[in-house]
Design a protein around this ligand. Sequence first.
Ligand code: AMP
Ligand code: MN
Ligand code: MN
Length: 317
Amino acid sequence: MDERLIQSAFRELRSAKHVLVVSHIRPDGDAVGSLIGLGLSLQNLGKEVQMVLSDGMPKIFRHLPGSDQVKHRPTGSFDMTLVLDCSDIERTGSSLSDNPIPDVNLDHHPTNTGFARYNLVDEKAVATSEILAEYLPKFGFPISKQVADALLFGMITDTLGFRTNNMTPKALQLAAQLMEVGGDLPRLYQRGLLSRTFEAALYWGAGLSGLKRDGRMLWATLALEDRRIVGYPGNDDADLISLLSTIEGADVAIMFVEQGNGHVKVSWRSQPEFDVSQVALNFGGGGHAAAAGASIKGELNDIQANVLAITKSILEL
Ligand code: AMP
Ligand code: MN
Ligand code: MN
């Protein structure tokens, strides 16, 4: 991270009065945590802040204070626009509305395309929330208990509870600092990683019943019909991919989730020797070496065959 660049960006942010903060479509815990963490901190400085997610706030994150402020679309005009946890501008969906090139792109994805005036990308950070936990206090932006909870939530969820292979002592130290100002680690851990609905458990069952393996590659599929039968309300995999990646011998785990819009959401997870972000890029997606995703247009069976063949070939599995 270029310290001078981030310092200039935050200096501009200090003097901005109307601020728009957005994050990515299909928001995860880090998208939501970094959005609310920064949004509330700016509000505590008396700024007028709009926090926007194109897909709105998912139900599972509504326990976070401030989540009720998040809107689907921005209204009015802004002195400054910030995009969090997005590797490319398409990931913002329609959250920027007709606002021009964003001022700040704050992220930790190695596949970030650098689409803003200030591109602040720290690939070593385990979460965008970690970057905020480091720099907000450095530049005099307050971290209240609510801000700490939001940022800690982003760090916990992106690292699956501080256990992904990109974990660093620095991330743990920053998480400890968030706890010192009131971040409630056990509660956030429970809400973010452990508790799930009955329908999600049934949905996992549907996915696990079709689990397949080919050498070091392992995959599962969730079709629209599976969701309908069990009554699962989301269009995601209920994080089944994290379970797949714990199965012995799965150097690369892949999840296929059929979408209602003629697309299939594909997620990859891998052991350290394999860089799945390169495979995802090949399909118009992106992500990290060990966790990547893409949304691919087409029919489920065709996409599955193609993705399996190309993953196998690129990673020489
Ligand atoms: P997921 O499989 O959706 O949990 O995503 C794993 C990682 O890949 C996350 O870091 C996402 O930000 C990234 N990712 C997922 N889908 C896409 C996409 N369509 N384009 C770019 N990055 C993605
Ligand atoms: Mn994210
Ligand atoms: Mn993230």
